[in-house]
Design a protein around this ligand. Structure first.
Ligand code: ZN
Length: 141
């Protein structure tokens, strides 16, 4: 999956879908988080690929993600290294509870001091013009 292209001005980068990732990004535009599943061995994988990274099958499909996630690790950026990302911001690895995949995303709409490893999070969607990027936030009770 090609992650991004250069940002224009102060805008955040946007996805550049390829053959493997296009269904993921098309679903995101509909505010749906999907996970790629191998129909041969049943393994879920992220990022999407043209073949299963476990069994090399090309029988792959996308399923809607079930449930939320848990923060595996995170970093608080106190300086901005990329146009469009105003510090402070949080980059995290999120384990999807029902899919054995780990996603890289920003934690948004969440007070930074409250963020911790193991914290339950839910997906939210950030509009970036033509495209939409899945992000995560603290579970709202
Ligand atoms: Zn497989």
């Amino acid at each position: 999956m090609k992650p991004v292209v250069d940002a224009v001005g102060s805008q955040k980068p946007v996805p550049v879908p390829d053959a493997a990732s296009a269904p993921f990004w098309e679903a995101a535009r509909q505010h749906r988080l999907v996970v790629q599943r191998c129909e041969a061995c049943g393994r879920d994988q992220y990022p999407p690929d043209l073949i299963c990274r476990r069994c090399q099958s090309n029988r792959l499909s996308f399923v809607d993600a079930v449930g939320g996630g848990v923060i595996y690790s995170f970093a608080v950026y106190v300086r901005s290294f990329m146009s469009g990302f105003e510090a402070p911001y949080v980059l995290a690895l999120v384990d999807l509870e029902s899919h054995s995949v780990r996603m890289l995303a920003n934690i948004v709409d969440t007070p930074i001091p409250s963020i911790s490893v193991g914290m339950p999070v839910e997906v939210t969607f950030e509009d970036r013009g033509e495209w939409v990027v899945p992000q995560f936030r603290a579970v709202r009770s």
